[in-house]
Design a protein. Structure first.
Length: 399
């Protein structure tokens, strides 16, 4: 049985954690996997419940954190080299940037036969200044030369990696979309909807428009606030705006709600019926999404947006900016509406179209569930990855 050492930056809420835990659990017994994780930052939402739910027991390397720290990064590198020597994997598969750098360097130093890296997103625009961005591009080019294969999670991401930023040749990049456990988003929707809306005092005659994710600059919550203000001025419907997530930019976002003249509340546990409210992090996303009517994404940059995939699985129409792998996750005009990044008026008008047209919202929700269930199941992910692993092992003459 081939052995896989899977290395993940940190086990926090988001697509990389879902991808890594599902692969670690469901590729057994065909592949024996050790899952290695780094330490999370204080403001990030822990996702150990994902591992617990799947009966996984990750090995933690606390020194491997998001921020660049030469001393800690060196320690993490040495620890991972020791894990590689003890476990003797046939494949080292890294997920996301920090673990991708430390893990691939350690694997190359230990002569691991197959080294694979998944880009769940990238930092080549909308994150850093030009000099820092150029440095990260050069680092990724160097690391790609040490990799047996590179995985992109969307066709657009492959084009960006191979042709726009020239991280490696397109032939070295394999597209394997995310795979998720979508069954729970179809089950008991009415009961889950009642539970969520009762908890946060959302009446049935109110439309709940949600946004899900870290409250950080790249997610551009300011656009959501601006669109909400325009929507309040144009719609006759009773509206509520639900922010699910947390992060460093929450105080600024809260100030933007107040500046827009929209009542706002931070209520992780209870609700005071403000028009806009933040629930902080949530783990039972099937319950959260059942309670929504429309789900939005306002980002400057994305990989493949898990929140939109799960929203569609739950039968919700979506509105998103046209970034990253959004067009791979959303069928524009059929399951949701996609607008140009940063276009406040267009974003608000797309939300308005869905709030005012009940039939369109329902039809898109039905189409969205069918769309994602065929494309983003974890069963498909496991089959795709198994085939790719075996092809790389054959090239390395392990099989």
């Amino acid at each position: 049985m081939p052995r896989v050492l899977r290395i993940l930056n940190r086990l926090i809420i988001g697509g990389p954690s879902l991808n890594a835990t599902y692969l670690s659990r469901y590729m057994a017994p065909e592949f024996e996997t050790m899952l290695v994780i780094g330490g999370k930052d204080d403001h990030e939402q822990d996702a150990t419940h994902l591992a617990e739910r799947l009966d996984l027991h990750p090995v933690e390397v606390p020194s491997m954190k998001r921020a660049i720290d030469p001393r800690a990064d060196r320690q993490a590198y040495m620890e991972i080299k020791k894990l590689i020597r003890d476990f003797k994997p046939d494949i080292v598969h890294t997920h996301a940037a920090k673990s991708g750098a430390i893990g691939r360097l350690a694997a190359a130093a230990c002569d691991v036969p197959v080294i694979v890296h998944t880009f769940h997103g990238h930092v080549f625009h909308s994150y850093f200044n030009k000099a820092k961005t150029r440095a990260f591009i050069e680092i990724e080019r160097y690391l790609a030369r040490k990799s047996s294969g590179i995985i992109a999670i969307s066709d657009l991401q492959k084009q960006e990696l191979g042709s726009v930023y020239r991280i490696c040749s397109p032939e070295k990049i394999k597209v394997i979309p995310l795979g998720l456990d979508l069954d729970r988003f179809r089950e008991d929707r009415a009961a889950k909807r009642a539970h969520f809306r009762n908890k946060y005092k959302i009446r049935e005659d109110e439309l709940a428009i949600g946004i899900i994710g870290r409250i950080v600059p790249v997610k551009n919550h300011a656009l959501f606030v601006q669109a909400a203000a325009r929507l309040m001025a144009l719609s006759n419907k009773k509206l509520r705006f639900v922010i699910v997530g947390d992060g460093d930019m929450r105080p600024q976002m809260e100030a933007e709600w107040h500046a827009a003249g929209i009542g706002y509340s931070y209520c992780p546990e209870s609700m005071d019926t403000a028009t806009a409210f933040c629930t902080s992090w949530q783990t039972e996303m099937d319950i959260v999404l059942a309670g929504m009517d429309i789900v939005a994404l306002s980002s400057h940059n994305e990989g493949t947006p898990v929140s939109l995939i799960e929203a569609q699985a739950a039968g919700k129409a979506v509105v998103s900016t046209d970034v990253g792998g959004v067009r791979d996750a959303v069928a524009d005009g059929k399951t949701g509406l996609i607008v140009a990044p940063g276009a406040t008026e267009a974003f608000a008008d797309a939300l308005l179209r869905l709030t005012e047209n009940d039939m369109l919202r329902t039809e898109m929700g039905i189409s969205g569930a069918e769309w994602v269930n065929g494309k983003f199941s974890y069963q498909r992910l496991v089959n795709d990855m198994s085939g790719y692993y075996h092809s790389l092992l054959r090239k390395a003459k392990i099989q």
